[in-house]
Design a protein around this ligand. Structure first.
Ligand SMILES: Cc1cc2nc3c(=O)[nH]c(=O)nc-3n(C[C@H](O)[C@H](O)[C@H](O)COP(=O)(O)OP(=O)(O)OC[C@H]3O[C@@H](n4cnc5c(N)ncnc54)[C@H](O)[C@@H]3O)c2cc1C
Length: 381
């Protein structure tokens, strides 16, 4: 999107985030449910469902550098809302890369206006991820027959389509996994809810069961057996979005801490005048400054057409460590009152914990970054 139009859009979205969405926090945290009847019209009005969808399919076509600032702002308010927006945009943008023209025309315009949504079905309760998947898609004439189980699948309560990763070959070879688009109401496909999460409350991360689910072979996304490569590309950019989420949550905890340190007085002086508190504030600032610049650099590289597996995993890993330290320090600045719901600090602390898990735990980020370095990769300007 052209820069001037983007700045206007960003100002409108930021205004709506704080004026319309932030006030929903208490209701969501109390009910542990997102009020979709209020939330969806607001998100549609802001254009939040079309942020990362190309303009030719009715979306806003933001670059990654542009989107980063917006998803970071969403991560300052109640986390369940951020999760809906993040997963919707990540998956619609992944589909716009891996689907054929007919598949894109069928799904993306609906996604851009929030009438359809694509969820990502990879993780399994009975198997590991990638080549270890247990879900199978067996060819029978013009159909795949899908069997297996997935869990923790975000937006499963409203998604119209699911990108399902399944084994199209029985062995563990590199070309044994394929990505297949499955529509919500396909016979044999059932969805159940999981118990509520620690943070980012409200959204659903369901259990999907596939029992002899017949899907036309035309629903194959890209080439058969290329699922692992598609997965790596989709997760690469999604990891950068999680880093931006860490940034937003950390910035909110930082801003609240700075304010509090100026107001809270002990022994006749604001606690911000104590060196111990100043050190916490300075440490938070260092983490945020470093993270912001890492993300900006990686986003710029992606927007210029480069692949960024090492940068994305480093940003994701540094981001979760940074937001962990910052929300921890924020609790120390606030003292006991920070542990109560009087301030959003305890929620930011809980919401941030999801960043350890989404798009792969730390072990995976270390593995991806180390693999790139051992292959000879070095960062460049
Ligand atoms: C709120 C929420 C939303 C989510 N949304 C989605 C979604 O929309 N779609 C989706 O597909 N998934 C989703 N997930 C799943 C998430 O991506 C996974 O939970 C995460 O990647 C970890 O995988 P796992 O749960 O299978 O853990 P496991 O693979 O069981 O790992 C458990 C621990 O063992 C370690 N481990 C596992 N295997 C190895 C190994 N070979 N070597 C060394 N260490 C290992 C891991 O690092 C981890 O510490 C979501 C999770 C949460 C909590």
């Amino acid at each position: 999107m052209e820069q001037k139009a983007y700045e206007e859009l960003k100002a409108r979205i930021f205004d709506s985030i704080w004026r319309n969405l932030d006030p929903l926090e208490e209701e969501i945290e109390n009910n542990e449910a997102l009020p979709y009847d209020k939330l969806f019209p607001l998100l549609r009005e802001m254009g939040a469902f079309g942020l990362r969808i190309p303009e030719e399919y009715g979306g806003l076509g933001l670059t990654v550098s542009q989107y980063i600032d917006i998803i970071a702002e969403f991560s300052k308010i109640q986390g369940g809302i951020r999760v809906v927006v993040h997963v919707h945009n990540s998956m619609a943008s992944a589909l716009s890369k891996i689907a054929n023209e007919e598949q894109k025309r069928a799904v993306l315009p609906g996604c851009a206006v929030g009438e359809k949504s694509v969820a990502f079905a990879l993780t399994e309760p009975d198997h590991g991820t990638g080549l270890d998947l247990g879900t199978t898609a067996t060819r029978e004439g013009d159909h795949f027959i899908i069997n297996g189980r997935k869990h923790l699948i975000t937006n499963s309560d409203f998604a119209s389509h699911f990108i399902v990763f399944a084994k199209t070959k029985a062995d563990k070879s590199e070309d044994s996994v394929s990505a297949i688009l499955v529509e919500r109401d396909t016979p044999g496909f059932t969805i159940e809810a999981l118990p509520e999460t620690m943070g980012c409350k409200g959204g659903e991360h369901g259990v999907l069961t596939f029992e002899n689910v017949r899907v036309p072979v035309t629903n194959l996304l890209g080439e058969e057996g290329k699922g692992v490569y598609q997965l790596e590309e989709a997760l690469e950019i999604s990891r950068l979005y999680i880093a931006a989420t860490s940034l937003g949550t950390a910035e909110r905890a930082f801003d609240l801490s700075v304010e509090f340190a100026k107001e809270r007085k002990t022994f006749g002086k604001p606690i911000g005048e104590r060196q111990a508190i100043q050190r916490y504030i300075a440490e938070m600032g260092i983490d945020i400054y470093a993270l912001r610049n890492m993300i900006k650099d990686a986003a710029k590289k992606w927007d210029s057409g480069k692949r960024i597996p090492a940068e994305a995993s480093m940003c994701k890993q540094f981001g979760l460590e940074a937001v962990g330290r910052v929300t921890d320090r924020a609790l120390l600045v606030f003292g006991g009152i920070g542990y109560t719901r009087k301030y959003p600090i305890e929620r930011l602390y809980r919401d941030a914990r999801l960043n350890w898990l989404e798009e792969g735990p730390p072990t995976i980020q270390y593995m991806v970054a180390a693999r790139e370095f051992l292959k000879g990769y070095r960062w460049e300007e």
